[in-house]
Write a protein that binds this ligand. Structure first.
Ligand code: GSH
Length: 203
């Protein structure tokens, strides 16, 4: 069955999905739209909620990055079977996205002064608020959110890399267990080969 992932040519909220698919050795069409060309009206109008990413499998489509990541991860045993453990990981990915929402506010701000103030607040407050907690959870669980590799780990790494791109930071450097997880995910089979050929992202 054909698989297609539509997103912008940036890491954003789709890189974790790309990583999971590559880790699973899945063949998929990685369809990317240039940021400078977006919005492409014909594409945007064809999206169910006007936004990316969109995942297609045969003639079925799925939007919402976390639903897509969770689905593709479920095919690769990257989700625990226990409902409580699943819910704990769901909470973790929503916590990660609460951090990402700060970056979205920064990205969307067009006033230079306000944009700088938002960036300062993220770097001085939000990063440590969230990442000290992520660090603690990972440390308590053998370096992963669920004691072994799961979809939540991919989500964190994708968001770290995207935040770094948009803020010009290296967030993981201040958090050794987060840093170790980033290195682990980047070295996974499939992901490693993808990274070796991926062109650097620019804004
Ligand atoms: N909650 C949605 C958010 C989707 C979203 O904000 N997508 C952005 C890119 S990160 C987008 O499509 N922006 C272009 C547009 O709205 O035209 C998800 O997680 O998939």
């Amino acid at each position: 069955m054909s698989k297609k992932l539509h997103y912008l040519n940036v890491n954003g909220i789709a890189e974790s999905i790309r990583y999971i698919l590559h880790y699973g050795g899945q063949r998929f069409e990685d369809i990317r739209y240039e940021l400078s060309e977006w919005p492409i009206k014909s594409v945007k109008d064809s999206l169910p909620y006007g936004q990316l990413p969109l995942y297609q499998e045969g003639n079925r489509t799925l939007n919402q990055s976390l639903a897509i990541a969770r689905y593709v991860a479920s095919q690769l045993k990257l989700l625990p079977t226990d409902p409580w453990e699943q819910a704990v990981l769901d909470a973790i990915v929503f916590n990660i996205y609460d951090f990402w929402s700060k970056i979205v506010t920064f990205i969307k701000e067009t006033d230079t002064t306000r944009k700088e103030a938002i960036k300062r607040e993220i770097i001085n407050e939000s990063v440590d608020f969230f990442f000290s907690r992520f660090e603690k959870e990972l440390k308590a669980n053998k370096g992963f959110f669920n004691g072994k590799l799961s979809w939540a780990d991919f989500i964190l790494v994708g968001i770290v890399e995207s935040a770094n791109l948009f803020l010009g930071t290296e967030i993981e450097k201040q958090y050794p267990t987060v840093n170790a997880l980033v290195q682990t995910v980047r070295a996974l089979p499939g992901v490693k080969e993808y990274l070796a050929t991926r062109k650097p992202y620019t804004l």
